[in-house]
Design a protein around this ligand. Structure first.
Ligand SMILES: [Zn+2]
Length: 168
């Protein structure tokens, strides 16, 4: 499971927006062919191919606060939020600018009657992948999530590949 964030490289105040994406898609499970939009409605990423059609775009990256409650960890680590905040700080993104992440492979079922959210093991199998095409030059951050519930208690490294010309 991996939290994905992106920002417009030329203007970091434009960032990935779950609200805009869900507005346009009228669906909370973005999959193959769907567009992930920015807070200004521009297309930041298009899902080229998703081997699993269920990813989460409702929750924020896991954090020390979330590990403390509801998970009950007494000495929580910084989670994806802390890792993203540290990595993105170098690029000029402050913690308050970090939006809800697109959580690749995170399985968050929604109860249609009550609206209650669950966190279940990912539906992905070994070899599954999700590929994206960028709609603009982006600053991208990606985590290897360490939340036990989101990963079925298993923490294997995530592999990623950038095709094209990454800008240093
Ligand atoms: Zn996480």
């Amino acid at each position: 499971m991996s939290d994905l964030l992106c920002f417009d490289r030329t203007d970091l105040s434009e960032s990935l927006s779950n609200r805009r994406t869900i507005d346009f898609a009228s669906n909370i499970y973005s999959s193959t062919g769907d567009r992930l939009c920015a807070n200004r409605s521009d297309v930041m990423l298009t899902v080229e191919e998703a081997r699993v059609g269920k990813h989460d775009f409702l929750l924020t990256p896991c954090s020390a606060e979330r590990f403390r409650s509801p998970y009950g960890h007494e000495d929580p680590h910084r989670g994806c939020f802390g890792n993203l905040a540290t990595a993105l700080d170098e690029g000029g993104v402050k913690p308050d600018q970090i939006p809800a992440s697109f959580s690749v492979f995170m399985n968050v079922p929604v109860d249609g009657e009550t609206g209650k959210l669950g966190v279940e093991p990912p539906l992905s199998k070994a070899g599954d992948f999700t590929s994206f095409k960028a709609g603009m030059d982006l600053v991208v951050a990606l985590t290897a999530c360490s939340a036990p519930l989101s990963n079925k208690g298993d923490f294997k490294p995530n592999r990623y590949e950038i095709i094209g010309e990454p800008i240093a």
